[in-house]
Design a protein around this ligand. Structure first.
Ligand code: PGA
Length: 242
């Protein structure tokens, strides 16, 4: 893990967007997996600015969905897909044929999982992932206790995720299960960026970086990734013994 500590949220967003722009310049056909959630939102808006200035072109990239609340799709307020479309895919005019998301409303979620696994395999794996971390240490919806050798799967959400997840919805929403890429796919991806800001994330960040590698803290799996860049603001890094 390469740990980078910056002044504030704006700075981690700036540095992360620069990293992504450089990556895509080197590899215009990159297979990308970007997280929903609130942490990367400023990064996405900066990427849209870069594209609008003509400094980067994402039109040859493929975008793979990271996770979704089971029962929701892109038209549901607060879904992961809605966030990705509103903040990135639509402003960048990404072609539908370059977006690969599971249908979390499907009656056969297992088929959806295998479909995404096959797409990732057929494209030779994911090049670049941008992830956040949950206060409980989850990555995507890889919740505490998850097996590290799973690919895309459906999972019972952790109680913390059900409560914290309400922040994405205007009305209280029953959250029970998630569909998510697995830790195996995270570890197999070429490059991972993990962003965290704010003191609420400090405990999880410390456990991720300095704790033992354990499935009770899914993000600790990133210690095993050779090309993982952790982008933190001072608050999120406050408990690290740097
Ligand atoms: P957040 O979510 O960016 O909204 O804090 C991160 C996560 O739960 O993975």
């Amino acid at each position: 893990m390469i740990i980078n500590v910056y002044k504030d949220y704006n700075e981690i967003s700036q540095k992360t967007s620069e990293f992504i722009v450089e990556y895509v310049k080197q590899k215009p056909e990159a297979i990308i997996c970007f997280a929903g959630g609130t942490t990367p939102l400023r990064t996405y808006s900066l990427l849209v600015d870069y594209a609008n200035r003509g400094e980067i072109d994402f039109s040859s990239c493929s975008f793979i969905g990271l996770d979704e609340w089971v029962g929701l799709d892109r038209h549901d307020d607060g879904s992961c897909q809605e966030t990705m479309y509103n903040t990135l895919f639509s402003p960048l005019n990404i072609k539908e044929s370059n977006i690969f998301f599971f249908d979390a409303k499907s009656v056969n979620l297992e088929d959806e999982c295998r479909k995404i696994d096959e797409i990732i395999s057929s494209k030779g794996g994911i090049d670049l992932m941008l992830l956040g971390i949950g206060v409980n240490g989850h990555l995507g919806f890889n919740e505490p206790g998850v097996q590290f050798d799973l690919s895309t799967h459906v999972i019972e959400l952790d109680e913390t995720t059900k409560v914290v997840g309400q922040k994405y919805f205007k009305v209280e929403t029953e959250l029970t299960k998630g569909i998510t890429l697995g830790i195996k796919q995270v570890l197999n991806s070429d490059t991972v960026i993990l962003m965290a800001n704010g003191d609420k994330k400090a405990d999880a960040v410390k456990a991720m970086v300095e704790g033992e590698v354990t499935n009770q803290m899914p993000a600790s799996a990133l210690q095993k990734h050779d090309n993982c860049y952790v982008m933190l603001d001072k608050e999120a890094a406050a408990q690290l013994e740097l």
